[in-house]
Design a protein around this ligand. Structure first.
Ligand code: KIV
Length: 284
């Protein structure tokens, strides 16, 4: 078997050409990053969904660049091989080109290999500016959580022909602007298929069927750590929520019933030292 190397854009393109599916996962911390990297994922996204999954906000909107940089740094330190994408949070790229380049650059400075931002044709110039600064960009279309309010909530996008055509045109605009790929979130499989056929960059899906070059899921959904509603498209591979609840409950019980710490978890002084200590304390 050939030695495992750091995944590059060229490797991702090669996988696309060879028809090999690309595995992409959203996560936010050093421990999970190490485990996912060890398991062999190709790509990692430090998503601004951390606002909801980690920081407990009701949406991704309050997430700041400082939040993203802290979590991106932690993930980068845990990863040896996977290609790392940093998500650009709300208002880190919308207001001006300068903001967009500077903030994308900050994510690259902590070790990301590319950035992701939401939007299509309306963001094409922004994407071009970031790419011209030497930073690879992945676009994000369909259900874009930073615009959930405008989209009418966290619902499927592109169900009718007109809105589907807009998504395809947006993907083309992103490709033209120099993006290396696009993530399609919560769109019908037919739309993701057409985007993949009508463009030649990388296509990824989170809830967009099987036809894209790669698949993305949130680690919280994969691991069964979702506390709210798990989206219909998200397959759960473990039930850590139940295991964690059970572990905490048993710990509470053990401490209250004085079963923990039992002798195997206790350290003692060197032989004879306790007696000496008692003399020093004049307790003997
Ligand atoms: O922030 C995130 O995790 C994302 C995914 C929902 C696609 O952008």
């Amino acid at each position: 078997m050939s030695e495992r190397k750091k995944v590059t854009i060229r490797d991702l393109m090669r996988k696309k050409e060879n028809g090999e599916k690309i595995v992409w996962v959203v996560l936010y911390d050093w421990t999970t990053a190490r485990l996912a990297d060890q398991a062999g994922v190709d790509m990692i996204l430090i998503g601004d969904s951390l606002g909801m999954t980690i920081l407990g906000y009701p949406s991704t909107l309050p997430v700041t660049m400082d939040d993203m940089l802290r979590h991106a740094g932690a993930v980068v330190r845990g990863v040896k091989y996977a290609f790392i994408v940093g998500d650009m949070p709300f208002m880190s790229y919308q207001a001006s080109e300068e903001d967009a380049i500077r903030n994308a650059g900050r994510l690259m400075s902590v070790g990301c290999d590319a950035v992701k931002l939401e939007g299509g044709a309306e963001m094409a110039e922004r994407v071009r500016a970031i790419v011209d600064a030497g930073i690879p960009v992945i676009g994000h279309l369909g259900l874009t959580p930073q615009k959930a309010s405008m989209l009418g909530g966290f619902t499927v996008q592109g169900r009718d022909a007109e809105s589907a055509k807009r998504i395809i045109d947006d993907a083309k605009a992103l490709e033209e602007a120099g993006a290396i790929g696009v993530l399609l979130e919560n769109v019908p499989a037919e739309v993701a298929k057409e985007v993949t056929e009508e463009t030649s960059f990388l296509t990824f899906s989170i809830g967009g069927g099987v036809e894209t070059h790669g698949q993305l899921l949130l680690s919280h959904d994969i691991l069964g750590l979702t506390l709210g509603v798990r989206p219909k498209f998200a397959k759960q591979y473990a039930d850590l929520k139940e295991q964690i609840l059970d572990a905490f409950k048993r710990y509470c019980e053990d401490v209250r019933e004085k079963k923990y710490p039992s002798e195997e978890y206790v350290v003692h002084m060197k032989e004879g030292e306790y007696e000496k200590l008692l003399k020093l304390l004049k307790k003997e």
